[in-house]
Structures are given as C-alpha cells and as structure tokens.
Design a protein around this ligand. Structure first.
Ligand SMILES: NC(=O)c1ccc[n+]([C@@H]2O[C@H](COP(=O)([O-])OP(=O)(O)OC[C@H]3O[C@@H](n4cnc5c(N)ncnc54)[C@H](OP(=O)(O)O)[C@@H]3O)[C@@H](O)[C@H]2O)c1
Length: 252
C-alpha cells in the first residue's frame, strides 16, 4: 500500500499515516455473536454528494483510495449493492498479491468474500470481479434467474421477496464465519443497513469540493429519525485537505 502522511486531530493530536491508522484497527475482534461487526465507507463532497457525473471515483484522492483498500484488508467480507456494482464494475477485492499474503499472515482472509446484494440479479457479469478468477463472490438475491458460468468462484443465496439484510448478516456470521464486514455502499443499501441497526461504524471521507447536481448522498431512503453519532477519530490529509472521520453509531 502506498503510504500517505496524515495528522490526527481527534482523539489526540499526532502525526500518523494511512497505513498506521488502518493497521491499528481490530475489527474482526469485535464480531457480534449473531452478526459480523459492520463498518461502512463513503467519500462525500462538501455539499453531501456521493457521486460526480454518476461516479464516486473522482471525489476522493489517492489517500482516500488507500484508506478504502486498507479497510478491505481488515475485514472478512466486503458488501455492495447491485447499483454500485453496475456503476463501479469491481475487480478482485484486494488487487495486490503482497497485500493478500500479508492479510493471510495476520489471520485475515487471503481474499475477503465479496458479497453482492441484488434483487433482480442484474449485475455486469463481464466485470473483472467475475472474469478475473481470483477471490470468492456470494450474491444475495430474490431472483430465480440462473447466473452464467464465471471464472471467479460464485455462490448464490436466495431469499423470498426481497433480500432480508438481518438474515443475510446472520447467515454470513453463522455459515461463513464472517467476523467483520465492510459495506462500500451504495446509498440505498447503506440506508437499509442503518435503518435495521446493523451498522457499527461509519468511515466517511469529507472531500473539500462541491459537486452540485442531483447525485445521491450518504444514504437514499433513510427513515426520518435523528440518530446521534460519536466522532471516534478525525484524520486530516494536508496535501488535499481531506478529512477522514470515523463515527460510532452505538448500535449494540
Ligand atoms: N461516494 C461513495 O463512497 C459511493 C459508494 C458507493 C456507491 N456510490 C455511488 O452510488 C451509486 C449507486 O447508488 P444506489 O443507491 O443505487 O446503489 P446500491 O445501494 O449499491 O444498489 C441498489 C441496488 O441494490 C439492490 N438491493 C439493495 N438492497 C436490496 C434488498 N434489500 N433486496 C434486494 N436487492 C437490494 C437492488 O438491486 P437490483 O437493482 O439488482 O434489484 C438495488 O437496485 C453509484 O453511482 C455509485 O457510484 C458512491
């Protein structure tokens, strides 16, 4: 992982780096008995948008990407909704072989399980996640459609009517041994997880820019109710002015 110098502003001021901040996280050690410890990661503009021109990629800097990739190395599974998969066309979760080997040495998976949530099973089967052949993918869906052959190991888990997220997380914990899970969005999936009290921490990168337009924000369709958050840490990237905030929800 290319390292990036940061200033920690909260809890106490200190110099640090993305690498150091990520390595200090013990997420798998906080697994709940009945579901994984769940963190989410988003990058947002000052006006609260999660996309510019329909994509999240242009919002964050290289330091933001390093933080995201670093978080992937601290969990057993990464979850995204089908909308994010259709837009961002993911590849293998940890692209770097040396990083995969290091994760394994530290008691984490060589390849975190990639979990997709898709009602219609309408996903881009030609994306590198499915064609590259490395890693493992699990799709929760309520569709009866059959997936095509994929080079990457794929399993489908079907729910009736809609994907029941509490049940999906319980299955991941019980049947797949997932201790910690990183949800990378998008806003619709994020809102449902928060509404169901399934998110323990939010990692939010605040990028010092305005996007304008009508792109979605951190959540789409969240039920209206004030939910106080605790600011657990705040890191500042002097080169870009980005702020990396870590919030605790207090969900069990
Ligand atoms: N800034 C950031 O950090 C960030 C992060 C992630 C995404 N994004 C952006 O957000 C946009 C996508 O937003 P989005 O809210 O549409 O994406 P999303 O939450 O990833 O996907 C929504 C889709 O997920 C499936 N889904 C979610 N919950 C379900 C449930 N309970 N049961 C069955 N299916 C369920 C449905 O798939 P089907 O349509 O297959 O039924 C639904 O249409 C993209 O432009 C992406 O770039 C930004």
């Amino acid at each position: 992982m290319a390292d990036h110098r940061l200033l920690r502003l909260v809890p106490e001021q200190a110099e640090t780096t993305v690498e150091e901040a990520v390595r200090a996280l013990d997420l798998v050690g906080q697994a709940h008995d009945d579901r994984p410890y769940v963190i989410t990661n988003f990058v947002l503009t000052l006006d609260g948008h999660a996309t510019t021109a329909g994509r999240s990629g242009p919002i964050g800097s290289d330091a933001d990407t390093a933080m995201l990739v670093g978080l992937r190395t601290r969990v057993d599974a990464v979850m995204i909704g089908a909308g994010t998969m259709r837009t961002e066309r993911y590849g293998r979760v940890i692209g770097d072989q040396a990083e995969r080997e290091r994760s394994e040495r530290e008691g984490l998976p060589h390849d975190p399980l990639m979990v997709l949530v898709s009602g219609r099973l309408d996903v881009p089967w030609d994306a590198p996640l499915f064609t590259a052949g490395g890693g493992r993918v699990l799709i929760f869906t309520h569709s009866d459609a059959e997936p095509p052959e994929t080079a990457t190991k794929l399993r489908i888990e079907r729910h009736e009517g809609a994907v029941d997220l509490p049940r999906a997380l319980a299955q991941l914990r019980r049947e797949r041994g997932v201790r910690a899970l990183l949800c990378e969005g998008g806003p619709q999936l994020h809102a449902q997880l928060i509404d169901a009290d399934l998110v323990d921490e939010l990692f939010v990168t605040h990028a010092p820019k305005l996007a304008g337009g009508t792109g979605p924000g951190l959540v789409s369709g969240l039920a209206e109710r004030e939910r106080p958050l605790e600011l657990a840490s705040l890191l500042y990237e002097p080169g870009t002015g980005e702020l990396f905030a870590r919030y605790r929800t207090g969900a069990r």
